[in-house]
Design a protein around this ligand. Structure first.
Ligand code: HEM
Length: 402
């Protein structure tokens, strides 16, 4: 069993939200497989994490089913419970044929979008929007960039603002988090219903993701109700917006803290930018944990894990494992090889990984060129999100160099 001298995982340990890595590194080095909070197991080492997420012997957890059991407690006799319905087709929490079918449909629909043009336009537009600002919040800068892309992708009507989409994406992402209070669940529920209205009140763009999902489902003879389609839409928007925004804002913080990285990046050719992009993903790893259920009993030396246990695998810790990466806590722009686990692996490998890669490859140089005239405004507070599964910065104050 785990001895008391070993470091016990605790996301509420001092400074965890500002910088979780000292704690994660200590867990990985001293106590890499633990039984802990939420009656769950947690794995920190690269080789274990990689093996678990690639293995067929593990299932993903049933988020919608779990939320269903919590709804009576969250809502009592009031409200319009929608947490279980909202998450019912979230691919990350589906298994077997249901997962395969939904994944095929979503993957096909993603491929239809002319991504490169949208990313280039979004990069130009965001820089134009902020170029006259002497101070701004880095979160707004990153969110605006993604909002320009999302607006086209999801055909979002002009009635909706970046601020609303930013809050929507963040709140529904929290449906998966640990230690969510009743009040927060009620707020998340409200945003799910808001999202349904938003998806049903589309703009006039030619690209229509909702229609594509409906058409592909019909062609593949998969029965999708209106609520199923809306659930796919909420998952797709959240997965695309939240992670890319978190990744970009953590990266921008890193570049502004180490201006030599900016100079270096500006001199890079296309191949070097691809390597830089992978290092950004390894280093920022916005999805810190994912969850699996083991079908069979597991044995790791003297540790026995019963079948059907809930297992957290820490992707962020795996990405900083010195047995896999040299100087893992340093940002090494041209790190190669770089087999990070930021997008997961196996049957649930991120469906948007190539989209996320293209976003960074296209936007990073122009953004750095623009941001090199700015620095972090240390007179204001840099706020870190108090959420565990997805890591984020909530406010990154930036000001122009004098
Ligand atoms: C920096 C950006 C991103 C990161 C770090 C990221 C990370 C991840 C991770 C770790 C998973 C797998 C989780 C697991 O195995 O339990 C995942 C799944 C997924 N991601 Fe991403 N993602 C990013 C961007 C995107 C984008 C841009 C999209 C869509 C346009 C997207 C759509 C999805 C979908 C649909 C899944 C579910 C796949 C499945 O379960 O079969 N992601 N992502």
């Amino acid at each position: 069993m785990v001895s008391n001298s070993k470091i016990i995982w605790n996301p509420y340990s001092p400074d965890y939200f500002r910088n979780p890595y000292p704690h994660l590194n200590a867990c990985r080095e001293s106590n890499p497989i633990q039984f802990g909070l939420h009656d769950s197991w947690i794995f920190f080492k690269y080789n274990h994490v990689s093996e678990i997420i690639r293995s067929q012997d593990f299932l993903v957890s049933d988020l919608s089913g779990y939320l269903k059991t919590k709804e009576p407690y969250i809502f009592g006799n009031n409200g319009c419970p929608y947490l279980a319905k909202g998450t019912q087709k979230w691919l990350l929490y589906l298994n077997g044929d249901e997962h395969k079918q939904a994944r095929a449909i979503v993957g096909k629909a993603f491929k239809e979008f002319n991504l490169k043009v949208a990313i280039s336009e979004a990069t130009e537009q965001v820089i134009k929007k902020f170029e006259s600002e002497t101070e701004f919040d880095g979160i707004d800068f990153c969110s605006e960039f993604l909002f320009f892309i999302m607006k086209k992708f999801y055909n979002i009507h002009d009635d909706y603002t970046m601020e609303e989409i930013k809050i929507y994406s963040n709140r529904i992402a929290r449906a998966q988090d640990m230690f969510v209070t009743k009040q927060v669940y009620q707020e998340i529920n409200k945003w799910f219903l808001w999202g349904n209205d938003m998806f049903n009140h589309q703009g006039n763009d030619a690209f229509n993701y909702k229609q594509l999902i409906e058409d592909f489902a019909k062609n593949m003879q998969v029965e999708f109700s209106e609520e199923n389609v809306l659930s796919i839409l909420s998952l797709s928007l959240m997965a695309a917006f939240e992670t890319s925004k978190d990744n970009l804002v953590i990266a921008i913080n890193e570049f502004l803290t180490q201006p030599n990285l900016m100079e270096e990046a500006l001199s890079f050719d296309e191949n070097q930018i691809s390597l830089l992009t992978e290092e950004i993903f390894r280093f920022c790893a916005p999805v810190h944990y994912t969850i699996r259920i083991n079908k069979n009993k597991l044995q790791f030396n003297d540790i026995e894990i019963p079948a059907q246990s809930r297992i957290y695998v820490c992707l962020a810790s795996a990405n900083r494992d010195a047995d896999e990466f040299q100087n893992p806590d340093s940002f090494i722009s041209l790190r190669n090889p770089n087999e990070h686990l930021t997008f997961g692996a196996g049957s649930h490998l991120c469906l948007g990984a190539s989209i996320a890669r293209q976003e960074i490859r296209i936007c990073i140089k122009p953004m750095i060129e623009f941001l090199k005239n700015y620095l972090i405004d240390s007179s204001k507070e840099l706020k870190y999100g108090k959420q565990i599964l997805l890591r984020t910065i909530e406010s990154l104050p930036i000001k122009k160099k004098s």
